[in-house]
Every structure is written in C-alpha cells, then in structure tokens.
Design a protein around this ligand. Structure first.
Ligand code: NAD
Length: 421
C-alpha cells in the first residue's frame, strides 16, 4: 500500500529494514515476523467543539509495537499527514531506538491528523484532552508513556497529564514525559534530542577525523530537534550554513546567525531572509543538496530518497528526524562512501532523557542538569561505540549495525520471556 500523497509508505520501509538484517541474526523467523507487525492499534474518531461553535471530527491513533523489554514508549504527533502507517512505522522505530540505547522501554507512537497551525490554543487543548480520554485505556506510567513529537510540546504534555490525572483522581506525572519542569519534567529533557544529535555528530566526527569546529552544517527543520541542534553546533564552533522550516529556509555559506534566525521564526512563524542579516532564501530541496560537511535532516520522514541521494554532498549525515532516508537512498549513500548516523541512534537523546524523567517521577527524585547531561552523553557515546563496532565487524552501514544490535536485544529478551501459552 502506498502512502497517499507522499508515494512512500513508512511502515513498508520499517518492515524492510527488519528484513535487511535477517541474514545477520540467529533469530527464529517467526519472531522476526512478529517484530514486523504491531501489537495493538487503536484508531479513534472524536468530536471537538471549535471556537466558532461548530463541531469538527478528528481521527487519532495510539499504536503499540512491542513491550518485551519494558513499557511502551513514544511521542504524539499533530500533523495533517498523520495516518495509520506513519504511526505504525514510528512505533516500530521507537522499539529499536530504546533497544539501541539499552533503556528498558518498548515502542509506541500516537498522532492526530490535524493542522495545529490553523487551530487556536484552546482548540488544541480541547482536542488534546478529548484524545487523551479516547486513548486513556491504553496509556499509563507502567504501560505506555507518550511524549512530544512534531507540533506537540510541553504544554500539550501538561494537558495530557492533567486529563489523565483527573480521571484517576490523583496526580500521575509519570504518564507522559517532556512535561514542563513545574509538573515533574526533567531538567535537560526539552533540549535532549537536539543536544543528543550534536553528541552523536561529535562521536561520528571523532571516528571520521572531521573537525567539528569550522565544519559547514546544513539543518532541515528548526523545531525542537533542528533548532536546538543548531544552537549546540554553533556553540561548538560549527558554521550553520542553512536551516529551514516547512516553507523553506535561510542560507549563508559563511554561517548564519542562528539566534537571529530562530528569533525570526518565533516572531513571524517563518524564516524570512529580509529579517535575518546576510541570509538568502533557500528551498528544502536545495538545502539537502548543499555543499557542506554535515547534513542534519530534522523534519519529517522520506526526505532523502533515490531521487536526490546521488546529489547529497555532505560526508556525514546525522538523522535528527525519524525515517528521513529510504532504504534505496541508504544504499546509494553507502556506495558513495557517506557516513550516516541512523535515526534510532542519532536522535535517541529524547527517549533517553524521557527515561530519566520517568525514573525521577516514579521515585520522586530530582536530578541536576549536570547529572542528566552526563548520563545522556555516556549512554549515547556507549551506544555509538557498540553500533560502530558491529558495523566494522560485519562490514555493514551504521543503520544495519544499529538494527543488528537493537533487534538482537529485543529477540534475546523475547526468547527469555517465551511465548504464551
Ligand atoms: P517540531 O514540531 O518541534 O519541529 C518540526 C520542524 O520541521 C519545524 O521546524 C517545521 O517547520 C519543520 N517541517 C515540517 N514540515 C516540513 C517539511 N515538509 N519540510 C521541511 N521542514 C518541515 O518537531 P520536532 O520535535 O523537532 O521533530 C522533528 C523530527 O524529529 C521528527 O521526525 C520527529 O519524529 C523527530 N524526533 C523528535 C524527538 C523529540 O524529542 N521532539 C525525538 C526523536 C525524534
């Protein structure tokens, strides 16, 4: 089945990625087939009262892929393109991401097909609260813990936590992560994914002998992941030569003023070259093909495909987004000698600090920012080394190596638990 409008079905891609590692794993083929399907899928159609008094129907999903190693875990996306296959793919990728980082979570994902840019804050709040109620039979701190994803944020997590807590009759901060600090959020969670992308880039640069200071970086997306990664890259002396949002981006081959670009995005809700000094407009297509050292796709899936992979000039591609590269593009990039740090490793910072947040909530602890930062860096660096070692030993690209590690871990856990009955 093709994903309407995009032509590429992310769930088929996710399933093919499991097939690609089959030859490297000594795992019962039946178990691998199980991994290619999801465990539970809830589709909900629900009404929301809009500000003008009309009632609008929305469709949302919560999909749980695997909980062999721990509770289901994964974000909630608000985007017009959300559909069941996208959520299935994102849920499966969460299972592998938790396993690569070796944190005791499984994988899930949720989403609502909606355009939050055309909704008021109170409409988004009512939609969030109703959706929380609709999926409340599946979520909970010991079962399935949502978090932010595209176009959701700490405020949305606060509404989910509040709605869930009202039904329970007591405060349940552990039901979501990525909450505001005032409600039991963890220090360092908001910046964790973008910062983690930069730590993963540092690890790759060390391995490849690319100095990060002075390196030219192009970033697609300037939200939680892309925007925060840009700030950390700039702090380390890299030059951000381009950054974009859904409407296009800004370019300066000597390096953009990232604060000015992000301030412009906050003030005008888009990136305007006449508001950011020494910047020129650039399309998302041009950005991906720029002459740069490091490319960070940090927006949506299926951005690097067989159509443009040959035109990618960056030596190092670090996937901030989930699923930005198709399997065909992966092969082209590998043949061309490009080094790709795959999503399930590169953007694992978010789920790692979500795990820290959850642990703090359950144990009523409060870790310092330094403690969170050190633990995050240790896990990401250890995971990078483990994946890199497998890629060298098996002579495979980093994605295949990450899948060998992740699926191998989930398969071992699955074997130990056995099959019921
Ligand atoms: P966000 O909503 O904060 O930002 C999304 C960004 O993508 C925005 O800048 C938006 O303008 C841009 N964008 C949207 N459509 C685009 C398009 N067609 N072309 C170019 N840019 C476009 O979302 P986010 O949390 O930064 O998520 C970005 C990616 O990172 C997603 O793939 C998400 O699944 C992944 N991710 C997020 C987290 C997290 O903790 N937030 C963790 C892991 C992975």
């Amino acid at each position: 089945m093709q994903k309407e409008g995009k032509g590429i079905n992310p769930f088929e891609i996710a399933q093919r990625q499991v097939d690609i590692v089959k030859p490297y794993l000594d795992v019962d083929p039946g178990i691998l087939e199980k991994f290619k399907t999801t465990r539970r899928e809830l589709t909900v159609h629900f009404p929301v009262k809009m500000d003008d008094g009309s009632i609008k129907m929305f469709t949302g999903y919560r999909i749980q892929h695997n909980d062999t190693r721990g509770p289901f875990k994964g974000g909630i996306r608000y985007h017009p393109d959300v559909d069941i296959d996208e959520v299935r793919a994102l849920a499966m990728w969460m299972t592998w991401k938790s396993a690569v980082a070796n944190i005791p979570f499984g994988g899930a994902k949720g989403g609502i097909a909606c355009d939050p840019k055309k909704m008021s804050k109170s409409e988004i709040e009512r939609m969030t609260r109703r959706f929380t109620w609709e999926i409340s039979m599946l979520i909970g701190p010991e079962v399935d813990i949502p978090a932010p994803d595209v176009y959701t944020n700490p405020q949305v997590m606060a509404w989910i936590m509040d709605t869930y807590s009202i039904f329970k009759g007591y405060a349940v901060p552990g039901v979501v992560t990525g909450k505001p600090l005032e409600l039991g959020g963890s220090l360092g969670r908001f910046e964790a994914t973008g910062k983690g992308v930069v730590i993963s880039t540092q690890n790759a640069c060390k391995q490849l002998g690319i100095p990060l200071e002075g390196a030219k970086v192009a970033i697609q997306g300037c939200g939680n992941v892309g925007g925060i990664a840009a700030i950390y890259f700039e702090r380390l002396g890299a030059k951000i030569i381009a950054i974009s949002d859904s409407k296009g981006g800004l370019y300066n081959q000597d390096g953009l003023d990232i604060k000015a670009a992000l301030d412009c995005k906050t003030k005008y809700f888009c990136l305007l070259s006449d508001k950011v000094t020494k910047s020129e407009p650039i399309s998302n297509k041009e950005l991906l093909e720029l002459d740069c050292d490091i490319l960070v796709p940090a927006a949506l899936e299926s951005q690097i495909t067989k159509e443009n992979a040959n035109n990618i000039k960056a030596k190092l591609i670090v996937e901030g987004a989930n699923g930005p590269t198709t399997p065909e593009a992966d092969e082209i990039l590998y043949e061309a000698g490009k080094f790709v740090v795959p999503d399930i490793l590169a953007n694992a910072g978010g789920v790692i600090v979500s795990y820290f947040e959850w642990v703090q909530n359950l144990q009523e602890l409060l870790w310092s920012e330094e403690e969170v930062a050190n633990r995050l860096e240790n896990i990401l660096t250890r995971s990078f080394k483990e994946v890199y070692t497998i890629s060298e030993e098996k002579k495979v690209n980093m994605r295949t190596a990450a899948y060998i590690l992740a699926i191998g871990r989930v398969a071992k856990a699955s074997k130990l638990r056995g099959l019921y009955p």
